[in-house]
Design a protein around this ligand. Structure first.
Ligand code: BGC
Length: 452
């Protein structure tokens, strides 16, 4: 019989063979998604964005960015030369906030109140164009229109699915007599790519790695077969919101017993299987589930279950990140750093061995997560058929808390690209932090597509 830690290591291992299957699986899903209507498969969603900024753009545009936990409404003053000045209003939306499961009117009124506050802050009454960054699946039907699909991230708003997002905004603005027009609707990945291109014109992928995961890239219009009745040339490129988070054919996605257990207790089972293996919403729960196996075998905490491991979802990804960031500190310092993260009803005292074991588990999970992100990037680069033998840099802009804050995440993702492409090609690939996603991207797209 193998020892319990080895069994966990094997479960989270992403061998080169599994990595290759993942890359191939993703590519197959790209091609299926490009030919199947987004109403049927909510992936490979055309953004209708075919213009990219050149960094010289100027003017004030509004942007609204709704993510998993925060609403940001901004007035973005584009100053040219890639420079911007942003005034913003932020609202947090807690996991248990009733707005998440309430009515659509209540939700949009809450959003519009924030817009109203921003307009007072910048003291303007002139009509303004707004880009709305909607970090949830949407069947985009035009640059400023789209049908809302199933939301995810704990949102279950009554009667919202199937509605046109632009109309919901128009109605809500009307209720408050606000003079704003939504001229663009975008996914956060598309916003990230456009915002990154404002300062890095060679950007070819916009990647989000935070609470959720997703990616956008430019695709030749001639390959987007589901896009009918357009009159753009075949060589025109349009940004595609892949919604790779939803991908998840079990034939190539190496789901293990912990992934399946997590999915079984989730409020939306079988949905977003790839995202559930790696995103910030799940690293904590995966660590909890794997650790429970070591606790059951008596290897961890001498069989005692910490309070934070008793209920599903109670152990946060931020805690896992703290654990790993203390991996190399002295035990005395580690103890202080993690004392509040793991408490025991019977006052069991955590040992150095316990902590080292737990950190190893966390590392196995986050290492797989990094490779899963790397696998998506590899498949997106190959999908674009970029001539990799040239020497210009190819930029991947990544936005999101896991990429930004989780220990060694960028290095580990980069390593998975080196493993696949080798050192020469990989040296062209610049994965860089895209600090501005939805807001600047939203304002830029609103600008690029303002009615003339
Ligand atoms: C959503 C995507 C979004 C991603 C990153 C996913 O859960 O479905 O639309 O782009 O999270 O925020």
């Amino acid at each position: 019989m193998i020892d319990p830690l080895t069994a966990i290591r094997e479960a989270f291992e992403l061998s080169p063979t599994k990595f290759e299957a993942l890359v191939k699986g993703f590519q197959q899903e790209y091609n299926t998604g490009l030919t199947t209507s987004s109403a049927e498969i909510a992936t490979m969603i055309p953004s209708y964005v075919t213009r990219m900024p050149n960094g010289k753009e100027k003017g004030t545009f509004l942007a609204l960015d709704l993510g998993g936990s925060t609403l940001r409404v901004s007035a973005v003053n584009l100053l040219g030369e890639g420079e911007v000045k942003v005034t913003e209003v932020r609202r947090a939306i807690a996991v248990a906030d009733p707005l998440r499961t309430g009515t659509s009117d209540a939700f949009f009124d809450w959003i519009v109140e924030a817009v109203d506050e921003l307009l007072s802050k910048i003291n303007t009454h002139t009509p303004l164009s707004m880009g709305v960054c909607w970090s949830f699946p949407i069947d985009q039907t035009g640059i400023s229109t789209g049908t809302i699909l199933r939301m995810g991230k704990g949102f279950d708003i009554k009667g919202i699915e199937g509605k046109d997002l632009n109309i919901l905004f128009q109605e809500a603005f009307k209720r408050k007599a606000i003079n704003v027009t939504v001229t663009a609707i975008l996914n956060d990945t598309v916003g990230t790519l456009v915002a990154h291109a404002y300062t890095h014109p060679q950007a070819r992928i916009g990647f989000i790695y935070g609470t959720g995961v997703n990616a956008a890239y430019p695709e030749k219009v001639s390959r987007i077969q589901k896009l009918k009745n357009h009159n753009m040339g075949p060589d025109v490129e349009m940004l595609i919101n892949t919604e790779i988070d939803i991908f998840g054919n079990e034939s190539y996605l190496p789901l293990n017993r912990f992934d399946l257990a997590l999915d079984a207790t989730h409020s939306q089972p079988k949905f977003q299987l790839y995202e559930k293996m790696m995103s910030g919403a799940y690293l904590g729960e995966l660590t909890r589930l794997a650790s429970l196996e070591l606790i059951a075998s008596g290897d961890l905490f001498k069989g005692n279950i910490p309070n934070q491991f008793k209920n599903p979802w109670d152990f946060s990804s931020a805690s896992v990140s703290i654990l790993e960031s203390n991996a190399v500190t002295r035990w005395e310092d580690q103890k202080v750093a993690v004392e509040t993260l793991l408490t025991f009803e019977n006052e069991y005292q955590l040992s150095a061995t316990d902590l080292s074991l737990l950190i190893q588990v966390a590392h196995l999970i986050s290492d797989r997560a990094a490779r899963l992100a790397g696998g998506a990037m590899v498949s997106l680069l190959e999908q674009q058929k970029i001539n990799l033998s040239e020497t210009d840099p190819i930029v991947i802009g990544v936005n999101g808390s896991v990429y930004e804050l989780y220990p060694q995440m960028p290095e580990r993702i980069q390593q998975s690209l080196i493993d696949w492409f080798g050192p020469t090609i990989s040296s062209r690939l610049q994965i860089s932090l895209a600090t501005e996603g939805g807001s600047i991207g939203g304002a830029l797209i609103a600008m690029l597509y303002q009615p003339r």
